[in-house]
Structure formats: structure tokens, C-alpha cells
Design a protein around this ligand. Sequence first.
Ligand code: ZN
Ligand code: ZN
Length: 445
Amino acid sequence: MASANQEAAALLREYAELLGLTGGDPFRARNYERAAKSVAGYPADLATLPDKALTTIDGVGPSIAAKIAESRRTGTFQALEELRAKVPPGVGELAKVPGVGPKRALQLVRELGITSTAELAEAIRRGRLRGVAGFGAKTEERILRGVEVAAGDAALRDALRALPDGAGVDEIYAVLAARLPASAAGAGDQDGTAASAAASVLITTEDIRGDLHTHTSLTDGIVPLEGMIAAAEARGYDYYAVTDHAPNLVMQRMTSEKMLAQRDQLRALADTTGMVLLHGTELNIAPDGSVDWDEDFLSGFDICVASVHSSFEQDRATMTKRFLAAVENPAVNIIGHPLTRKVGRRPPVDVDLDALYAACARTGTALEVNASPDRMDLPPEHIAAARRAGVKFAIDTDAHSLVDLTNLRYGVAAARFGGLTTEDVINAWPLPRLQDFLRKGRPRR
Ligand SMILES: [Zn+2]
Ligand SMILES: [Zn+2]
């Protein structure tokens, strides 16, 4: 993508982050975050777009357009500089450490003069955080783990980011193979055949018949329903699922009425596309394992992804119980971004993986291979073990924009690293077989 787009997106993203750090209105911060995504995903070079046409970009109103225009002339904008001046140096870096967050970052800078991740790790080791209000032994442990994740995954994140825009599956695979333990690769798993023969049956991008986890501008996507469908059709898919967020993720302001209206809209578009359109949702797995809506409402969806979006720090026993409850739910078909990790930014949740795999295999619930290069979740190093436990997978982009749909190759590279074939991947199956899987053993409707 053109660098003008990335530069403008980076400034807007920073502004959104600083609004969050300085206690600004979260909805306002979200608007800037959304505009940043939109600008990054804008299909043309921003440098060729005149100032007065900036508002034609989704999510860019007059006020954001003015900031972009200003930054094109000066490299920054006034409002951003004002916020930068308010936040002491180091806060931004510390806030990104998993387990720290903006409030604690400010506290660390002000009370202990810590200004970098390295200083933070050193301070914890020397016991300097003891006695600081709000930092117990458990918090310390979690932050230390966060520092390790930030450091350990940073190399993978940087290597993925360094790939050219059009990088193919082989190039992405090479990065994974170089950064992840070889013992976790599953390419030799197929039926004892030689690795070279096995490589020929590993899943390819062309095998994928549809995307089963995508968003629209009804929630935090940036493109309306029709636009996403047209782009999916251009990719040659047989089927396509729209899975906007469910109401318990309150920032998304979803309601039952909006969801049903979207379903009508989707059904009305059925004749305009050669793809079969599936109406779904991305449910939120609550801390106790329950999900949004009752059984009756849920039965109206063609497909349900369910994901953890909160309470990431539960202990292993509680988290495992939470996941198993979701997996056992007859409405839940796919566990989205299963370990909720973000590469270099958020550690995976602590869950008994063997118990999770066994429950998924037993109930016919797929684990997602989330193809976003920021997530890579289920982490590629776990895929082979899950496959050996009998788990099926969905390779999804979790697209929030048109360009996101092209992230599929990251998921396919991860799947190949884990040794997956078309047998293992539900969205490589013909529609009737997929639909059979989605019934989870219930009788045909
Ligand atoms: Zn999600
Ligand atoms: Zn999603």
C-alpha cells in the first residue's frame, strides 16, 4: 500500500491512542481508530487525492480530513502535537506492554521514572514495583510475562511487517519456518508419506471456497455489506459469511433489530451474487462461557463464530471452563482467534489446550486460524497438535476492510506450517459438507 496512506494512518492511530491515554472520549478515540483503518485500507494512493476529496473516504469527516490535509503539508497536525506534549515520554511504549495499559504506564513514569520496556523489566526484577499502589505480585508476574511476549514476538511481528505488500504464501511460510520451532511444524504428519509428497497435499489459497468470519460497517468494519460481498465474489468464493459483532461488545452498539435488518438486506442480495451468502455473527464468550442472545435468536443464524473479547487474565481453570462452555454450546461453530493473542502486543490466554482440542473434536466445533498478520491466532506453532487431536479448522480473514480479505494468504501459510490439508479445513469443503458440519449433529431444519 502507498506510503502516504500508511503515514496518515499512523498519525491518526497515534492520535487515537493518545486520546485513550489522556482520558479522552472513548467513542471519539474509536472514530480516529476507524478512520486510521479506513485510510490504511483505502485502495488508491492518498497522495493523488485532493484535500477536498478526503471526506469521500469511509469514516473521514471534515474534522479528520482537515487533520490529514494539515499533516500532508507539515508532517503532523496541531491537535496531535498538543496531546504528544501532554504525555510524558515513555508512556506510549509502556502502555503497549501486555498487562500494563495506559493508566499503569502513566503511574510508572510519574512514580518511578521508568520510561522504557527494558527499564520496566529491570525494575520488576529488583522489586521496585513492590509497594506501588495497584501493583501486586500477580500484576508483576503478568507484566513480566507481557515484557517477554513483547520481546519474543517482536521479531516475528517485525519479520511479517517487513514482507512486501504482495508477499505470497511461500514467502510468509518462510518467515514462520525461520521464527518458530521446527518441532511445531506439521508438514511431515500426513500418513507417514515423505515430506515432499506431503507438501503437495497441503492446503493452498485456491482450495479455500469462502470466508467465514468477516465484518461490515454495521459494526467496526469500514465497508458496507454490498462492498464486502462484491469483493468476496471477485475472489471467486462459493460462499461467504457476514459475522458482525454481537451486542455484548458494547462499543459496537449492535442490537437485535439491527442484526435482523442486516439479515433481510443479506437475503435480498442473494440473487445478485453467484455466492451463497451465510448470515452469521461473532458472539462474545462472556467470562462464564455464556454468549449473546438466547437459543431461539441464535437458531436464526446460519453460522456463529464465538470469541473472547474480555477478561483475558483469567486463571487456567476458569478460562478452560469458559472455553468448554462455549464449545459445548450447540449454536457455536467456530472459536474465533482462539488464544486472543496479538503478535508482539498481547500474550495468549492461559487455557488447557488439550482439553480445548478434545472438546472441539468431540462437538464438531472448529478452531479458527485467524489470518490477520497482527493476530496469527491459533498460533501456527499449535496447529499441528490440534490437528492430531482431531480438530477441524476455519481459515478466516476477520476482514474489516477490502484489503483485509487478501490476508487469507497469512492464514494459509500458517495452516501449511501446521500441516493442514483440505480434509482439515471446513471452508475448503463444498457447501453441503460445510452445512452438515454447521448443524453440530442437530437434525436438518
Ligand atoms: Zn473478535
Ligand atoms: Zn471479528
